[in-house]
Design a protein. Structure first.
Length: 64
């Protein structure tokens, strides 16, 4: 599942994000959502979130 719709993402959800420094390589960082930072309902590059460990990036994968 992709992380482009804000309605699909909520605090506590396990996701894979791409950090700003890893945008070229596309390296995925896994963690649990703490805060949603994107206000719009949809973003083509993924909703920006803050993980519980403080890292910020755009959601590329949602894990069930």
């Amino acid at each position: 599942m992709e992380g482009q719709n804000r309605a699909d993402i909520y605090p506590g959800l396990e996701v894979g994000i791409v950090l700003k420094k890893n945008q070229r390589s596309g390296t995925i960082t896994e963690g649990f959502v703490k805060d949603l930072l994107t206000k719009s309902a949809f973003h083509p590059h993924g909703i920006k979130v803050r993980l519980e460990d403080g890292q910020v990036g755009r959601v590329k994968e949602i894990y069930d």
